[in-house]
Ligand binder design. Structure first.
Ligand SMILES: [Cu+2]
Length: 152
């Protein structure tokens, strides 16, 4: 009887010791791992790349009464960005001025319908151009303001 009492009290002491050791161990473990998991690897805060914005398409600029280029080539399926560089309105539609400066509204097969009002100093996306071919855009306000869009 005595012996078993001694045994059980020793066993209890051993168990307590084990628990204490485990508790201290886990505290130490937590203290040690904390600095390891802490480092915030976020050094990219102010480095947002400016490339690869939305679309990445072709841009054509407009002056007070003209497109700054008369032709542009864009990949099939993409949009064309028109930028009005000045505080002058433009109305861009499907069609072109002929050699006499006469407006000839017409929409080629496969052309997107274009009818965009520019208030001045603004920009709009045209398209998408989903069909390969040659498409004509013009400004209904400014005579001979033509743009030829080639889609490949
Ligand atoms: Cu115009």
């Amino acid at each position: 009887m005595r012996g078993s009492n001694v045994m059980s009290s020793k066993r209890l002491g051993f168990l307590t010791l084990t628990l204490v050791v485990l508790a201290i161990g886990s505290i130490l473990f937590a203290a040690c791992t904390r600095p390891g998991t802490a480092p915030t690897a976020s050094g990219n805060g102010g480095n947002t790349p400016k490339t690869g914005g939305g679309g990445g398409g072709t841009t054509v600029h407009m002056g007070s009464s003209n497109f700054l280029v008369s032709t542009t080539t864009i990949p099939k399926g993409s949009k064309l960005s028109l930028v009005d560089d000045v505080a002058v309105p433009h109305i861009i539609q499907n069609g072109m001025y002929d050699a006499n400066g006469t407006p000839k509204p017409s929409k080629e097969p496969g052309a997107p319908t274009v009818n965009v009002n520019f208030a001045g100093s603004d920009s709009h996306n045209i398209g998408p151009f989903t069909t390969a071919g040659t498409f004509h855009l013009y400004c209904t306000i400014h005579v001979n303001m033509n743009l030829t869009v080639t889609v490949k």
